[in-house]
Design a binder for this molecule. Structure first.
Ligand code: UD1
Ligand code: UDP
Length: 357
């Protein structure tokens, strides 16, 4: 029996962990004992506990309650807490997701104690060094023992750095297949908000390059307001970072349906039923693709280049004119979804590799 410490902290990592925990529980409970450590990076109920409950993820055995702070404060406190847990317990490996400060802290702490690191979502690159995530990914990949790459592009990126990725497919595609029918049964958000399917747009914004740059922030919200003024409802489940950043933009937000962050089931229904998604989120652009909804990417580049190559997404950065042109080009198109993100069994394949390691 292998003891695995899953380290997570931010919303998308909790959601990704649902796929892996489900497979361990259902198929590998004689081979793997999973213990979950939550760094506390995300802590509001609608950024964390809602997902454990809704997606049936085992409660974390450890919560470091680190909360918000500067990069160094947050990462440093996480490292100290993770080190204590790793030193006082025997683990055969740590499992980490994506590219947040929780991922970085876990990789640094585990590598110095020579605990093997298994990285889910390895090999993604934006080639934009101003993104904190790009630094986190490069360091984590360099330190990991098993690099689980969701796409062939990710495998190629790793090869360029002299690293060997294992092509697994994307655990978020596993989740889309598993949770989508449940979301249709359990969430009434479309009805509750009085939305008409395919006659509203969904927008999420949370990247520091957009929230912490007044010009970018205003350009994006001006574009959303123009769409709203044309009679299309614009639903914006707002990340807490963006809520703080837009507190002074009262007039620019008027006419938009700004709501609190929603649960995963609610998000799935919004993504499926929107005519277009506008987002700077990695996870949201991919889920929109899974559900056949086109995306305007509010960033200068994307790690998920397959979406753009398939014609399902257009990069518009935070440029008003580019956003409006991309939106007009995509509104009303139905995206063809080629199976670029695996076969829905990525989590099972990942756990098999860890068991056989
Ligand atoms: C983090 C990740 C980012 C990921 C995103 C997912 C890093 C460097 N960034 O960004 O890669 O895409 O999570 O959502 O790790 N806050 C709250 N309540 C919470 C959590 C955050 O109010 O529960 C507010 C705080 O003011 C905090 C700010 O949001 O300072 C940013 O939170 P933080 O976790 O530092 O970064 P994110 O922008 O969420
Ligand atoms: N998400 C959610 N509720 C929301 C916004 C996002 O459940 O209000 C989910 C979304 O479906 C996706 C994940 O959170 O699975 C993406 O997280 P986020 O955009 O915060 O981070 P990123 O993927 O950019 O790292």
């Amino acid at each position: 029996m292998k003891r695995l410490l899953t380290i997570l902290g931010a919303r998308p990592q909790i959601i990704k962990a649902a796929a892996i925990s489900r497979v361990i529980r259902n198929r590998f409970n004689h081979e793997i004992e999973e213990v979950i450590l939550h760094t506390g990076q995300h802590y509001d109920a609608n950024m964390s506990s809602v997902f454990f409950r809704e997606l049936n993820i085992p409660q974390p055995q450890y919560n470091l309650n680190v909360g918000s702070g500067s990069h160094a404060e947050q990462t440093g406190q996480m490292m100290m807490g993770i080190e204590r847990v790793l030193q006082s317990n025997q683990f055969d490996g740590v499992l980490v997701y994506g590219d947040t400060n929780s991922t970085l802290a876990a990789a640094l702490a585990a590598s110095k104690l020579q605990v093997p690191i298994y990285h889910v979502e390895a090999g993604l690159r934006s080639f934009n060094p101003s993104m904190p995530e790009e630094i986190n990914r490069i360091v984590c990949d360099r330190l990991s023992s098993l690099l689980f790459a969701p796409t062939q592009t990710a495998v190629t990126n790793l090869e360029r750095e002299g690293l060997k990725g294992i092509l697994t497919g994307d655990v978020m595609y596993d989740n889309a297949l598993f949770f989508s029918p449940k979301a249709d049964q359990k969430s009434d958000i479309i009805e509750r908000l009085g939305l008409t399917p395919k006659q509203f747009v969904l927008a999420t914004i949370h990247r520091p390059a957009n929230t912490d740059n007044e010009t970018n922030l205003r350009a994006i919200f001006n574009a959303l307001q123009t769409i709203a003024q044309s009679g299309t409802q614009v639903v914006v489940p707002m990340h807490p970072r963006t809520k703080k950043a837009t507190a002074h933009l009262v007039t620019t937000l008027s006419g938009l349906r700004i709501i609190e962050p929603v649960s995963f089931y609610e998000m799935i229904r919004l993504e499926k039923n929107a005519s277009v998604v506008l987002t700077d989120s990695g996870g949201v652009q991919k889920e929109a693709f899974f559900y056949g909804t086109p995306t305007v990417i509010l960033r200068p580049e994307t790690e998920w280049v397959e979406i753009v190559e398939a014609g399902a997404g257009i990069i518009a950065d935070a440029d008003y004119n580019r956003i409006m042109t991309a939106y007009s080009a995509l509104a009303g198109t139905k995206v063809h979804f080629p199976p670029l993100f695996g076969d829905g069994n990525a989590a099972q394949y990942i756990i098999e590799q860890i068991v056989n390691q």
